[in-house]
Write a protein that binds this ligand. Structure first.
Ligand code: SAM
Length: 280
């Protein structure tokens, strides 16, 4: 029995279901259930929420979310080998865990969830970033989720929470911080995972704002920011030349020096510039 529930320790689960980690699926498992419960606590008060978990693997974080009181967890896992182990967890928490065997990039699990919804995941880096971008750019705001609690490589986590003035600041920071509060909630060394990855990791917690921090049209903001950071070493009057006519005037009206570089410009000024560009 483990420290947080009546199920066997994760090492036993992995041995009995023969879940040797596969590199192709980005499998670096968390086996310390006290740690997974701690990560689950970063997701906020779960009692009144459904939780969407992507990539549960052998179920360490899933068990953390359930033992921390999630109303219901819907877990989407691509690796069919993990499903029997996850079904054992379902049986231990009757009616509170639904397991879906599928690729999170292809299926839409929303019909299985009732708001309020929180998202929690320890995912491979590339899948995590792609899903984060999708979750941050829904057709309508507010999105289906109240919060996202996601594991990333430390370097990616720093890009999400970055402030102007440094190399980490870019499209991801602007996308995340325009409509959400984003912070690094926990740092984890490689040794926290089995097998250990090459780099450190961090849990990022994002909370959806009811409306954008500053008004802007999403498509225009995205176009302006993409052009600005695609040529981040150039002055903005050069990198944004093709975005709108009279770009120097528009930069000045938005309160930005045309000779500045993208990484010096705060989010508020990018939103003002997007409004100026939209007017053109
Ligand atoms: N959550 C578990 C933990 O913390 O120990 C496993 C984490 S492991 C880093 C990532 C998990 O995501 C693996 O179980 C892997 O099979 C799964 N996975 C990878 N790509 C996926 C995808 N596209 N859709 C759903 N699950 C995926």
């Amino acid at each position: 029995m483990s420290t947080i529930d009546n199920l066997p320790p994760l090492r036993e689960v992995i041995a009995s279901h023969q879940l040797s980690a596969r590199k192709s699926l980005g499998q670096n498992f968390l086996l310390d259930l006290n740690l997974t419960a701690k990560i689950a606590r970063q997701a906020g008060d779960l009692a009144e929420c459904d939780v969407l978990e992507i990539g549960p693997g052998p179920g360490g974080l899933t068990r953390g979310l359930l033992s921390e009181g999630a109303r219901k967890v819907v877990a989407v896992e691509k690796d069919t080998r993990c499903i029997a182990a996850l079904n054992d967890i379902s049986a231990a928490y009757p009616g509170r865990l639904e397991v879906i065997n599928g690729d999170a990039l292809e299926i839409d699990p929303l019909t299985h969830l009732t708001p309020p919804i929180r998202v929690a995941a320890n995912l491979p880096y590339n899948v995590g970033t792609e899903l984060l971008v999708r979750w941050l750019t829904p057709p309508q705001w507010p999105p289906f989720w109240q919060s996202l609690t996601l594991m990333f490589q430390r370097e990616v986590a720093e890009r999400i929470v970055a402030q102007p003035g440094g190399k980490a600041y870019g499209r991801l920071a602007i996308l995340a911080q325009w409509r959400a509060d984003a912070r690094i909630a926990m740092s984890l060394p490689p040794g926290a995972f089995t097998p250990p990855p090459k780099v450190s990791s961090a849990v990022v917690h994002l909370t959806a704002l009811p409306q954008p921090r500053y008004p802007a049209d999403p498509a225009t903001l995205s176009r302006v920011v993409a052009a600005a950071f695609n040529q981040r070493r150039k002055m903005l009057r050069a990198s944004l030349k093709g975005v709108a006519p009279d770009i120097e005037d528009r930069l000045i009206t938005a309160g930005i020096k045309p000779t500045e570089r993208a990484e010096q410009v705060p989010l508020e000024a990018f939103c003002a510039l997007a409004r100026e560009v939209k007017r053109s």
